[in-house]
Design a protein around this ligand. Structure first.
Ligand code: NAD
Length: 500
């Protein structure tokens, strides 16, 4: 329990919140049921609280609450929905320190990143509050039944998709969950959220703040639990209309199969192995920190992590030396110390997996330029690591590491844009990518050729509420952010009205 476990001075509010096992939140009330599991601080390995593990019966209760709340919420005036969403944004801003502390404690985020979570979440809420009055259908020039538009009115309605089950990962819990919560509420749907068991505390805080904001009971429910229990029950539930999932590609496949029973709609934000191309004309003063952060931000525990670096042979050595120097200058340690740029990996299991992949890269012939070791201290820290002389078949090049590891390959002037992009696209994933150059033709050609849902030029994975985000190939189905997210939570009805 909290106290001995926390490596951070926390507010009374957060201490109180974590002093009891994290319950579920069903129909506007906390519900404590199910066996208990420790929540560990990845920076120390100590328990900071516990969570209740729900299962099929808790999911049933939450889905019933969502189903009962849906008609009223779906029919609420758009402005009423907007006002409630804006109120939630305001409450999140007022509780920003609690958001930061929880992000550091169970998510292992470095403080500077954790401090961005409340502003980012409220930005998303404010953006989607604006959409409540703009989710519109169309009038269409139909010739149905041989009639002219003078004799009939053909139009579409955008209706809420229903009760949404959302399943989220542990990296950036507030952000990952808000990417579901904000558009789901704006679209007039009810929500059952199953947060990651490794970082569950964010979900309850947001549900309780939504309750305080005046959201009707049953619109926003949270069930804590393991993926294979609560998550599986949610995916298989016959009264869930849609599953919105963010997590690994492997679990994404399980979810698609589980959702087949009632053929519920599914959207998936999955893993990545994103290529980063650095051309010889790139401004290295920008590219070095940009490429390093693309690979090392949040210890590489990013779906968009720029883990596959392709460097032109003329600048490869300088780039590698620059990244290595940058990496060695990144302070590593608990997120509670605001100077630390690199925090822990989420779990001992994940730390061991990343270490195993680093060891295998060495055995397969990759040359370690920097990093590669765990820190000799409590918690699950791995140094930012760069491998050069990588080959396309190496495991470090092919598999998502979800750790602070960049693998570098080179290219030369002999290689066409098409062939270089094909090397970048030679992966099952297609989430993100970036091109570092000052040449317009290079930028324009490469952005077209990269097979990913998102591409940056002289930046990597720029995120903004307005910009759609999601994966090609095995990185996912559908797009979040922007107007595109509303397509995930609405269904279109075509109405033809004839009067003659
Ligand atoms: P994970 O797939 O192990 O777990 C994600 C969620 O799925 C958790 O809540 C977990 O409890 C649940 N789950 C696990 N098994 C389940 C099952 N059988 N049925 C239903 N739910 C189940 O992923 P993780 O380790 O938490 O997160 C890391 C992964 O998430 C990486 O692959 C990363 O790339 C991906 N990710 C993708 C995005 C994106 O937007 N594309 C964003 C963040 C993370």
């Amino acid at each position: 329990m909290l106290g001995g476990g926390a490596a951070i001075d926390i507010s009374t509010q957060t201490a109180e919140r974590l002093s009891k096992p994290q319950p579920h939140f069903i129909n506007g009330a906390r519900v404590a049921s199910g066996r208990l599991r420790d929540i560990l601080d990845p920076a120390t390995g100590n328990a900071i609280s516990q969570l209740h593990l729900g299962g099929a019966s808790e999911i049933d209760a939450a889905v019933a609450a969502g189903r009962a709340a849906l008609p009223g919420w779906a029919a609420a005036a758009p402005d009423e929905r907007a006002q409630l969403i804006l109120k939630l944004a305001e409450l999140l801003e007022r509780n920003a320190e609690a958001v930061t502390e929880i992000s550091i404690l169970d998510g292992g985020l470095p403080r500077p990143i954790a401090e961005g979570c409340a502003p980012f979440s409220s930005l998303l809420l404010r953006y989607y509050a604006g959409w409540t009055s703009k989710i519109a259908g169309q009038t269409l020039p139909s010739s149905a039944m041989g009639k002219s538009p003078n004799d009939l009115l053909a139009y579409t309605l955008r209706e809420p998709i229903g009760v949404v089950g959302a399943i989220t990962p542990w990296n950036y819990p507030f952000g990952m969950e808000m990417l579901k919560i904000a558009p789901v509420l704006a679209a007039g749907c009810a929500l059952v959220l199953k947060p990651a068991e490794d970082a569950p505390a964010a979900a309850l805080l947001m549900a309780e703040l939504a309750h305080e904001a005046g959201l009707p009971d049953g619109v926003f429910n949270v069930i804590n639990g393991l993926g294979e229990e609560a998550g599986a029950a949610l995916c298989a539930h016959g009264s869930i209309d849609k599953i919105a999932f963010t997590g690994s590609t492997e679990v994404g496949r399980i979810i698609v199969r589980a959702a087949a029973g009632n053929l519920k709609k599914v959207s998936l934000e999955l893993g990545g192995k994103s290529p980063v191309f650095v051309f010889p004309d790139a401004d290295l003063a920008t590219a070095v920190p940009g490429v390093a952060m693309a690979g090392f931000l949040l210890s590489g525990q990013n779906c968009v992590c720029g883990s596959r670096l392709f460097a032109h042979e003329k600048i490869a050595e300088d780039l590698a030396a620059g990244i290595a120097e940058f990496a060695r200058g990144m302070p590593i340690g608990p997120g509670s110390d605001p100077n630390n740029m690199i925090g822990p990996l989420i779990s001992e299991r994940q730390r061991d997996r990343v270490e195993g992949m680093i060891a295998q890269a060495g055995k397969e012939g990759a040359k370690r330029v920097t990093g590669g070791k765990r820190l000799d201290r409590d918690g699950w820290f791995i140094e930012p690591t760069l491998f050069a002389e990588c080959e396309p078949g190496m495991r470090i090049v092919r598999e998502e590491v979800f750790g602070p590891v960049i693998s570098m390959q080179t290219f030369s002037d002999d290689e066409s844009f098409e062939s270089l992009a094909a090397r970048g696209n030679d992966t099952a994933y297609g989430l993100s990518g970036s091109v570092w150059t000052r040449d317009l033709e290079t930028a324009m050609r490469m952005t077209r050729l990269i097979d990913a849902g998102q591409v940056g030029v002289n930046c990597h994975a720029a995120m903004d509420p307005t910009m759609p985000f999601g994966g090609n190939k095995q990185s996912g189905w559908g797009r979040e952010f922007g107007e595109a997210a509303l397509d995930l939570y609405t269904k279109t009805k075509a109405v033809t009205l004839s009067w003659s």
